[in-house]
Each structure stands twice: as structure tokens, then as C-alpha cells.
Design a binder for this molecule. Structure first.
Ligand code: NAD
Ligand code: DGY
Length: 331
């Protein structure tokens, strides 16, 4: 059995695949594969282990319907046409849970960096302007006792909420499809409507998946309901906010600041004005990028590949409905 891997992954995952007797090809170039290159590579393999950068759309899936499994090295799967994969009986695996702490750390880092204009004043040092800290424009704001609003209180949102309560005794409100009884019990979190989340948050942190419902939901209308002193954080997916509307809200003082680990499109271009705004902190989608977390993700992804190639249920499957009728699985 042969697996194609679209980026360099940690040895922990590679070792598991090799121990299972799977022949591996890894894409090691510093650029992403083109769609055609990905299809051509997958035609020679039985399984795909994919970074979030690949567009697993209906065209790809129909060209590569022989694949026994597609294991993502991510928890998000908005880059995959899941209904089409399900129709073609291709199990899709992801890596939930193990990256929640690291991604919440990234949201926390961005919150703090935006609140103290840290990236902006750091750039002043690089420009030889250490002495020119301007108390009329460069002062930050504090977070102690402020209200944290979480949009999408799942695994990562919960980790972010815990950190903010622990560090700054922040009050937690959230907007979610369902109640989160754990957060309500342990953090006194209060579930609110979307409008209340916008109106009451001092820091609003986005932790939902990108779906048709959440795409572009943070637009001019949403920003106009937020507090002028508020900070918008997005570590989920760039397309959940409208970048032009965010820029306008920051320029006009409709909101105070922003921290982004995800942009739309990615990569963000170096001349993007957001990169030079004082109250904005931007990172290049590094949410899960720690040695420990990437090791753990590679192990889950490898286990998903091994299960898929063995014709058994993936430990972490996005489309479990394909297992409703086991006879439909072709091994
Ligand atoms: N920056 C990064 O590197 C990075 C790393 C990991 C995950 N992510 C993103 O974070 C997302 C969340 O990951 P998670 O593990 O916390 O997922 P999760 O499923 O545990 O949590 C998502 C929560 O959002 C809620 N939700 C979904 N749609 C909603 C809607 N329309 N309105 C309100 N709530 C809604 C869900 O009910 C759930 O509670 C992923 O889908 C991924 O896109 C980014
Ligand atoms: O969804 C995820 O896990 C991250 O964004 C990594 O791509």
C-alpha cells in the first residue's frame, strides 16, 4: 500500500506508517502542489495525507476515487467537499483535540499583542525608533476583568476561555448552536445571541468552523454593533470575516484592534495595510505549529491512514455516515 503526503510531517507519524508497511512519498518542495500535480501524485497511491492547503474538491475526488482514505493534518475540513467524498465512499479523517491548547495559545497571544500594540512597537525598534514610543498613540489597553466573547464554544474556544479566566478573570459570554454545560458550570459562561455577543464583548474571539452559515458573518453590519474599545480575534478561518470590512472598521475606530492567525486569502501579501496598523497583530496561520502538537497530529493522521488502508473505521472520521452500511466500503 502506498500513501502520498503533501508536506513534511514529523517522524512520529512517519514511523507509524513505515511500521505498518506503508510505502510513503512526501512532497518536500517549499511550494504547495498544483491541483494537477496532486491528482497525478494521488493516481500512483492508495491514500492521501493532506495539509489543509489542498483543495479536495469534487473534481479531485472524482479523479481520485480509488483513494481508500484521505487523512487531513488539520481539524478543519472546509477545504474538502465532504458530501462528494461520502457519495464516493472515501473516508475523510481529521485531527481534533490535540491542537486545541496550541491554537488557543495563539488566540491568547494575538489578544495580548493587539491589546498592547506589541507587533507595531516591535517594528519601531527594527526601524531604530526605540526612543520614539509615543504616549499619545502607542499606549495599550488592559484585559483584567473584561468580557471575553467566544463565537463557537467548542474545543478550542473552551481552551481560550479557560486561559482568559485564569489569567485575567475575564467574564465569558458565548454564542453557539448548543449550550455548553461544562463552560456554564466551570467558567460561569453565559450563552447569548449573536447580537448580544457583538454588543457586550471587549474581546471577541472566533472559534467556529468555516461553513456557509459562518462565511463572512463578521462584516460591516457585525463590526458596527461592536464596542469602539473592542478587539476582534480570528484563529479559525479567514473567510469568516470580511477583510475589507475589518480594515474599514479599524480605520474608522468602529472597533479598537484585531488579531488574526488566518486571513483571506492566504498567504496575506506583504503590502497589506493591515500589517502596518498599530492595533493589529497578524500571524501566518501558526495555530497548531508546535513540536508537541504537530507530533500528536501526525500520529492521529497516520492512524487514520493505517485504518483506512486496512478497511477499518478511521479513529477520527469526518463522514461517519459512510460506515452506516459497511458493505458499501470497498477494501
Ligand atoms: N489557526 C489554526 O491553525 C487552527 C487550528 C485548529 C483549528 N482551527 C479552526 O478552528 C475551528 C474550530 O476547531 P475546534 O476543534 O474548536 O472545533 P469544535 O467543533 O470543537 O468547535 C466549533 C464550535 O463552533 C460551533 N459552531 C459551529 N457553527 C456555528 C455557528 N454557525 N454559530 C455558532 N456556533 C457554531 C460548534 O457547535 C462547536 O461548538 C476549526 O474548524 C478550524 O477551522 C484553526
Ligand atoms: O484546522 C486546522 O487544524 C488548522 O487550521 C491547520 O490547518
Amino acid at each position: 500500500m502506498k500513501a502520498f503526503i503533501t508536506r513534511i510531517i514529523p517522524d512520529a507519524g512517519l514511523q507509524l506508517l513505515q511500521d505498518a508497511g506503508i510505502t510513503i512519498t512526501q512532497w518536500t518542495e517549499k511550494r504547495d502542489l498544483t491541483p494537477e500535480e496532486l491528482i497525478n501524485a494521488c493516481k500512483q497511491h492508495d491514500a492521501l495525507l493532506s495539509s489543509g492547503a489542498n483543495n479536495i474538491n469534487a473534481h479531485f475526488l472524482n479523479e481520485c476515487k480509488h483513494l481508500k482514505v484521505i487523512a487531513l493534518l488539520s481539524v478543519g475540513y472546509d477545504n474538502v467537499d465532504v458530501p462528494e467524498a461520502t457519495r464516493l465512499n472515501i473516508p475523510i479523517g481529521n485531527t481534533p483535540g490535540v491542537l486545541s491548547g496550541a491554537t488557543a495559545d495563539t488566540a491568547f497571544l494575538l489578544m495580548l499583542a493587539a491589546s498592547r500594540k506589541a507587533f507595531y512597537v516591535h517594528k519601531k525598534i527594527l526601524k531604530g525608533e526605540w526612543k520614539f514610543f509615543d504616549p499619545t498613540t502607542d499606549l495599550g489597553i488592559e484585559l483584567n476583568g473584561k468580557t471575553l466573547g467566544i463565537f463557537g464554544l467548542g474545543k478550542i474556544g473552551m481552551e481560550m476561555a479557560k486561559k482568559c479566566v485564569g489569567a485575567y478573570n475575564m467574564k465569558v459570554i458565548y454564542h453557539n448552536r448548543q449550550h455548553n454545560p461544562d463552560a456554564e458550570k466551570t467558567l460561569n459562561a453565559v450563552r447569548v445571541s449573536f447580537d448580544e455577543l457583538l454588543q457586550q464583548s471587549d474581546v471577541l474571539s472566533v472559534h467556529t468552523a468555516l461553513t456557509t452559515e459562518t462565511k463572512g458573518i463578521f462584516n460591516t453590519t457585525a463590526f458596527s454593533k461592536m464596542r469602539p474599545s473592542s478587539i476582534f480575534i480570528n484563529t479559525a478561518r479567514g473567510a469568516i470575516h470580511n477583510e475589507e470590512d475589518l480594515k474599514a472598521a479599524l480605520e474608522s475606530g468602529t472597533i479598537w484592534g484585531a488579531g488574526l492567525d488566518v486571513t483571506n486569502p492566504e498567504p496575506m501579501q506583504p503590502d497589506n495595510p493591515l500589517l502596518n496598523m498599530p492595533n493589529v497583530a497578524i500571524l501566518p496561520h501558526i495555530g497548531s505549529a508546535t513540536v508537541d502538537t504537530r507530533n500528536a497530529m501526525s500520529v492521529i493522521a497516520a492512524k487514520n491512514v493505517i485504518a483506512g488502508l486496512g478497511g477499518t473505521r478511521l479513529p477520527h472520521v469526518v463522514n461517519p455516515e459512510i460506515y452506516q452500511d459497511w458493505n458499501r466500503i470497498t477494501c
